[in-house]
Design a protein around this ligand. Structure first.
Ligand code: ADP
Ligand code: MG
Length: 593
């Protein structure tokens, strides 16, 4: 966390109501706080995990209506109203999330619009919720003997909640489940390959974002002392999303910045525009719209990155000098068959990308898979790692000392059994540090379950585990020669280095079989030699490696055996020296030299 910034922020927040600040500004600050809490959830959901939601206002409504109903109709304490609201919201969000989080592309935002509208009309049509009139006479919140019955009093509770929420989200993001959440953006293939259950993780953060919205709604109800459906409609949902995007949806502080800017701007425009235009209407919406378009063109990441440049930078996660070692998988005995690919076939429509391929990989060997561009090598990797389903055939992997079928398993189950991979087109999180990217590979070596992990991450009860994971990441990065760039942003590395970082990440999975897709592409001669050295060292430690490569010299000196593919089929197999002389290979691969 940016300590240099956090302290002055808290002081400013604490001083505002103590100083003779006009009532009007306190009211604005209260609303900014309420909006910030919702926008924080959207930062998590939309900015960081890439799931766009227009429907957050409906969850604010659930929080507000739950407490409004229980306190006005049954005279219950607002705190019980909060608990009930959280329970109702968690249930609703889980149910809605389980249905909509599976939707991809534009179906997800459409889905969020649909539930936003339905909950809005539900509030407006239920007799016991006062229909469109709403509920009045909501009591103020009491903390011990203190009754928060004025804006200036509830201010403290609102901003305490904002600060707690900032810390909670920040803590979560800088933990094992947080890294998994940050890996969700961009389809989740990589996250699954690291063992993350992406479907479940999406639902979990969806519920979390909804709970933040619910808390905001609870505070709102007891600030306003009345609720009606209007502030929980689709308009409000869109405004919350605006806030997150304007501030910078990828950053925790972006939520606060966006909520502040839009609230102040809206307030100014609402009094200014009608005067300028000489007519009444919600003209600020038009200005917001134009702003949004400009922002998407000029500053996709929102405004926060521009401010952050002026603040002192600290890494999110720092590797400890030492930590308890993580347990390691038992290695295979030398010479055993580790991977068995048996007439594996993959068709894309009419194209047979992998045509009944059969080969195996023995323990402790480096096996090369070569062939011209488009031969089907990467597709073969995707079949072995469960990214793509087989059309036909079987793939087996040795686990618990016998060959077991792994075709049909999800990626995350395959990596759990000990097959780790890199990608031909690197899949890193460019804004995350080299260290954290590597640590993502150690996801399955953490011990907390998914929900316990999220709770522990939020409350910082994961120190020992974090230290071990980060230490392991550092160790693997040092092993591959990236030890002196732990805290650089992964996206700032040269492409060759990014590939090496992917190897370190894969090593963090503690694999028994390593699948490397063109690891030497983009490396300089010296770096290639260092990579070959590293792979030999891994082999000597008992690792089995399957390597796709283009550079003939690189595979010739490194591999024990080669399989050559052309148009999806195996055309040769054997020791590199023999394959090199094979006429079919010369014809196909080298163009008949
Ligand atoms: P290589 O890695 O050997 O260069 P690939 O496995 O990437 O080859 O591709 C093999 C063939 O399969 C190519 O013709 C490619 O266009 C096709 N292909 C790969 N992935 C897909 C996909 N998801 N959908 C359709 N065709 C694909
Ligand atoms: Mg390829």
């Amino acid at each position: 966390m940016m300590r240099g910034f956090f302290l002055p922020f808290i002081v400013a927040v604490a001083l505002l109501p103590v100083l003779p600040t006009p009532e009007f500004w306190i009211t604005l600050a209260n609303y900014i706080g309420l909006y910030s809490i919702v926008a924080l959830g959207l930062v998590l959901l939309t900015g960081i995990a890439g799931l766009t939601s227009f429907g957050q206002a409906a969850f604010v409504g659930l929080g507000a209506y739950s407490t409004a109903w229980l306190t006005t109709q049954f005279g219950l304490s607002p705190w019980l109203g909060l608990l009930a609201g959280l329970a109702v919201t968690a249930g609703a969000a889980f149910f809605i999330g389980a249905i909509t989080m599976r939707l991809s592309g534009h179906f997800l935002p459409l889905g969020t619009i649909a539930w936003g509208l339905s909950l809005f009309f539900l509030f407006g049509n239920l007799e016991f919720l006062g229909k469109y009139e709403g509920l009045n006479g909501i009591p103020p919140i009491s903390v011990f003997d203190l009754t928060l019955d004025s804006g200036r009093k509830i201010y403290f509770l609102i901003w305490l909640t904002v600060i707690a929420a900032v810390i909670a989200v920040q803590n979560l993001l800088n933990s094992r489940p947080g890294r998994a959440i940050r890996a969700l953006k961009g389809g989740g293939v990589m996250a699954e390959a690291m063992g993350v259950n992406t479907a479940w993780m999406k639902i979990a953060i969806f519920v979390l974002a909804a709970l933040l919205a619910c808390i905001s709604g609870w505070l709102y109800a007891h600030l306003q002392r009345a609720v009606n459906p209007t502030p929980f409609g689709l308009n409000a949902g869109i405004e919350y999303l605006f806030m997150a995007v304007v501030g910078g949806a990828g950053h925790v502080w972006g939520a606060l910045l966006g909520a502040t800017l839009l609230t102040l701007l809206k307030d100014q425009l609402q009094s200014l525009l009608p005067k300028l235009l000489g007519a009444n209407g919600n003209f600020e919406i038009i200005v917001f719209g134009v702003m949004m378009v400009l922002l998407l063109q000029r500053a996709r990441d929102g405004l926060w990155p521009y401010i952050r440049r002026w603040l002192p930078q600290e890494p999110n996660a720092v590797a400890p000098a030492s930590a308890a070692a993580l347990p390691m998988r038992a290695r295979h005995a030398a010479g055993e068959t580790v991977l068995q690919v048996d007439r594996a076939r993959k068709e894309f429509g009419g194209l047979v990308a992998v045509n009944d391929m059969t080969f195996d990989v023995k323990s402790g060997e480096i096996m090369g898979l070569i062939g011209p561009n488009g031969a089907g090598k990467s597709t073969m990797f995707n079949l072995v790692t469960g990214v793509l389903p087989l059309t036909q055939g079987e793939i087996r992997f040795r686990a618990a000392d016998r060959l077991q079928r792994i075709d049909g398993l999800a990626s995350r189950e395959i990596v759990r059994r000990g097959i780790a991979r890199t990608f031909q087109h690197v899949r890193l999180i460019p804004t995350m540090s080299v260290l954290e990217n590597a640590a993502l590979g150690a996801h399955l070596r953490g011990t907390h379950g998914d929900i316990a992990g999220i709770a522990a991450g939020i409350a910082r009860l994961n120190k020992t585990e974090e230290q071990s994971l980060l230490f392991e990441a550092k160790r693997q990065l040092e092993r591959v020669g990236l030890g002196d760039m732990l805290y650089e942003e992964a996206g700032s590395l040269a492409l060759g280095r990014q590939r090496i970082l992917e190897i370190a990440r894969a090593l963090c999975c503690d694999p028994a079989l390593l699948l490397l897709d063109e690891p030497a592409a983009g490396l300089r001669y010296r770096e290639k030699q260092a990579l070959a050295e590293l792979l030999r060292k891994l082999k000597n430690e008992g690792m089995s490696i399957l390597l796709v490569e283009h550079d003939m010299d690189f595979v010739m000196n490194l591999t024990d055996r080669l399989v050559v593919m052309e148009f999806g089929s195996r055309i040769a197999e054997g020791p590199p020296a023999a394959v090199r002389q094979n006429p079919a290979v010369l014809e196909a691969y080298l163009g008949g030299v």
